[in-house]
Design a protein around this ligand. Structure first.
Ligand SMILES: O=C(O)CCC(=O)C(=O)O
Length: 281
């Protein structure tokens, strides 16, 4: 295993093993999640729903592209008209997307991999533009915003086929078990390693979901094709999760913000019961 440096705020982490009983995952998938930090739910979302997601996200992606076109060089943070467009918190603006995020499949995944009480923590559509000019660098999701508990759940829903040619997810197995590692802040995003040995490309068909931990280092390469590669990314955290504020290079966190914004961080599982009705708009 690559000896990546620990994040300064990561002291005393123990990976929570998943022992069941399970509702959505097989024992083999739970084992893969525990040992490798990821697995794939093949063809989990039907083509009609994928088309509906694509249609629901389209105006938000258009809005992001219009905004990026007003920015110097068409760029804002890691996004750019010639690289990747990222539409965040779209479930707060679409009943269809909110319902999708609260669907029984995700409530059951939360039950299996998060615990009895879970909320949507974050959702975003990430569209890698045709012939994109940059990769998404190797990072853990918890390397961007440091959340506690550190281990939350990312579901990368492929809206188009994702291949090595158009920038599918690549993961680095095993690292997740040590918790959050140190990241450097580069002009094109946070980075925890470069060209790591043992990286695994995860090509998937549209409708499949790459399920991985917030602690699983991952990256996506260039899109070398003529078509946009589309993904809708849903993240779930235990109820009561907090985001730590501050600069890890400058010492201890300066604040803790509970992740329970009712507009976009609604409960999906309450006391092990799916809770789509508890969304607020
Ligand atoms: O979908 C992508 O290209 C990368 C997305 C990603 O790594 C993320 O949102 O953390």
């Amino acid at each position: 295993m690559i000896p990546l440096e620990r994040h300064p705020w990561n002291t005393g982490f123990t990976w929570p093993e998943h022992r069941g009983p399970f509702r959505a995952v097989t024992p083999e998938q739970a084992k893969a999640y525990d040992e490798q930090g990821f697995f794939v739910l093949e063809d989990a979302v039907d083509p009609t729903t994928i088309a509906a997601l694509d249609a629901a996200i389209a105006p938000f992606d258009r809005e992001v592209l219009d905004f990026l076109h007003t920015q110097p060089d068409g760029r804002f943070s890691i996004a750019g008209v010639d690289t990747v467009s990222i539409a965040i918190h779209v479930s707060a603006r679409s009943t269809m997307l909110a319902d999708f995020c609260a669907a029984p499949l995700f409530a059951d995944l939360c039950h299996d991999l998060i615990g009895p009480d879970a909320r949507l923590y974050w959702d975003q559509a990430v569209y890698k533009r045709a012939h994109s000019s940059e990769p998404v660098l190797w990072h853990q999701d918890n390397g961007y915003t440091y959340v506690e508990p550190q281990a939350y759940l990312t579901c990368w829903v492929a809206l188009t086929d994702a291949t090595p040619e158009n920038g599918c997810v690549e993961v680095l197995p095993g690292i997740h078990r040590n918790g959050t590692v140190a990241h450097v802040d580069t002009p094109i995003g946070f980075q925890c390693c470069e060209n790591p040995e043992g990286a695994v490309p995860v090509p998937v068909r549209a409708g499949s979901i790459v399920v991985f931990s917030s602690l699983t280092p991952h990256a996506t390469g260039y899109n070398r094709t003529d078509e946009v590669r589309k993904a809708y990314i849903l993240q779930y955290a235990p109820d009561g999760a907090v985001a730590l504020q501050g600069d890890p290079a400058r010492g201890a966190p300066t604040g803790r913000v509970t992740q329970d914004d009712p507009r976009r961080q609604f409960p999906v599982l309450v006391d092990s019961t799916p809770s789509p009705g508890s969304r607020l708009f």
